[in-house]
Design a protein around this ligand. Structure first.
Ligand SMILES: Cc1ncc(COP(=O)(O)O)c(C=O)c1O
Length: 481
């Protein structure tokens, strides 16, 4: 043993390199505006820069960190850039990143209450705080029959809701025998693709998902939902699950929850509400109208990892009746048995989602909520929405452009009046330029630009600059018409 070589990083080395990494991240944020928002990397470029084989001997930390700059950074699209207006945001913040670091440092695996009581209890507490912060229905509080849990994503939340609904509808028989093809699920044709994916994974069959049409604001039409349910019932099928969206991905359409909720209640259908991005707006009392009718839902989710300054991954998923969820997902092998679980006095979150293992994700939420305070968070949400309205006013005042609809919150959908070709060229030129990044969708079969404001560092000057760029590229294209 005298020749024993310890390959580990010592606490002293960790202290030194940890500071280097924190400095690296701080420098990154200070210089992020100078980098092309959309990575200009070519397919295969990152891999071609990496050695073909792993190193036999360890390398210095300095060499590794230098390669992050030289090899990795060119292949990064800068989601945290204040000039990122694409998709929906996945924003982050100092307190969230440090909370994440601490979570990695503790290295806790919180599958059971007993494997780290604080991991479970802080999470339960944060999810209850969020009920209060967002003005969610009290039935989602853990102090009643419901409760919340952190999932990796809204996709996983939808799948868990669907599985719980499936077991409720079949009296737990589908877990035992599989599905017989009679169950039918509903969502709008604007819902996120994760609903369709969940239906497929849950073994329900893609053909048993009905995509209900929407109105001119991209919101599900309750009359069509009711008619479709009736059709299915008359054909001997069993309607059991509906997913409504608060803030659809394409256009931020808001489904009418009161009407959909009443239809679901009358037909014993589990209603899941997906507010992945837009849900954060409810921090501000003046935007809580978006979740009117939520008291009729069986489950709900929103992603602090989109718009609440908490880095990916962090989806908050609530159920009104935790017993059903737990019954649907619980399995207790001998090696996980323990006194705390058997006492019935604790929550074991392994029964609330698909994986067994779980990270200490509530730390970053705790850091964010405490560091900003609820008022600090509201301040930024209000600012983003005000900037989106300002941008929409500029679009509306320019004859060459049109709004697809007035923005309900922080997403502006608009297009050049010149048709799909010019809009496609516009977006290509803007994104190639590297100083802003925005994406598109199709609304009424017309190519539409999406401009979403939700990055932590975005200020008015970035939005002003983006509008100048858009107008400038449009002028250049018009000259060639
Ligand atoms: C409305 C909506 N639901 C669900 C999702 C999926 O989110 P996640 O990546 O958390 O699964 C998105 C992603 O943008 C979304 O916009």
């Amino acid at each position: 043993m005298s020749n024993y070589q310890n390959y580990h990083m010592t606490p002293e080395e960790f202290r030194r390199h940890g500071r280097q990494v924190v400095d690296w991240i701080a420098d990154y944020y200070e210089s992020i505006e100078s980098m092309p928002v959309l990575s200009q990397s070519k397919p295969g470029q990152t891999r071609a820069s990496l050695p073909a084989h792993p190193p036999e001997d360890g390398e210095t930390f300095e060499a590794i960190l230098a390669d992050v700059g030289d090899i990795i950074l060119p292949g990064v699209t800068h989601w945290q850039s204040p000039n990122f207006f694409a998709f929906f945001p996945a924003n982050a913040s100092g307190p969230a990143i440090l909370g994440e670091l601490l979570s990695a440092g503790l290295g806790v695996q919180g599958m059971l209450w007993a494997t780290s009581p604080a991991c479970t209890e802080l999470e339960t507490h944060m999810l209850d705080w969020l009920v209060e912060m967002l003005g969610l229905p009290e039935k989602f509080l853990s102090t009643g029959s419901g409760g919340g849990v952190i999932q990796d994503s809204a996709s996983s939340a939808a799948l868990c809701a669907l599985l719980a609904a499936r077991e409720r509808a079949t009296g737990l028989a589908s877990n035992e025998q599989g599905c017989d093809g009679s169950l039918v699920a509903y969502t709008s044709n604007q819902a996120h693709s994760s609903i369709e994916k969940a239906v497929k994974i849950a073994g329900l069959g893609r053909q048993n998902l009905r995509l209900v049409d929407v109105d001119d604001r991209w919101a599900m039409r309750p009359d069509l939902l009711a008619a479709q349910i009736k059709n299915d019932q008359q054909a001997g099928r069993v309607p059991f699950f509906a997913a409504a969206t608060v803030g659809t991905t394409s256009s931020n359409g808001l489904d009418p929850l009161p009407e959909i909720g009443n239809i679901c209640s009358a037909n014993d259908i589990w209603l899941h509400v997906d507010a992945a991005m837009a849900g954060t707006a409810a921090l501000c009392p003046e935007f809580r109208w978006i979740q009117k009718g939520l008291e009729l839902a069986d489950s709900y989710c929103f992603n602090p990892h989109k718009w609440m300054f908490t880095n990916f991954d962090c989806d908050c998923f609530y159920v009104a009746d935790r017993r059903t969820l737990i019954q649907a997902l619980s399995i207790l092998p001998e090696y996980l048995r323990n006194q705390a679980t058997e006492s019935g006095a604790v929550i074991d979150y392994r029964d609330w989602h698909i994986p067994l293992g779980r990270r200490f994700r509530s730390l970053k939420l705790w850091f964010v909520i405490r560091y900003y305070g609820v008022e600090g968070l509201r301040n930024h949400i209000r600012r983003h929405i005000a900037l989106a309205r300002m941008f929409a006013d500029w679009v509306a005042a320019d004859d060459r452009f049109e709004l697809a609809m007035p923005p309900p919150l922080n997403l502006v959908c608009f297009r050049h009046r010149g048709g799909d070709e010019i809009n496609q060229q516009l977006i290509n030129r803007l994104n190639r330029g590297g100083d802003i990044y925005l994406t598109h969708t199709s609304l009424h079969d017309r190519l539409t630009l999406r401009f979403c404001i939700g990055q932590t560092g975005t200020e008015q000057r970035h939005v002003v600059q983006a509008w100048h760029r858009i107008k400038g590229e449009a002028e250049a294209l018009e000259k060639n018409l």
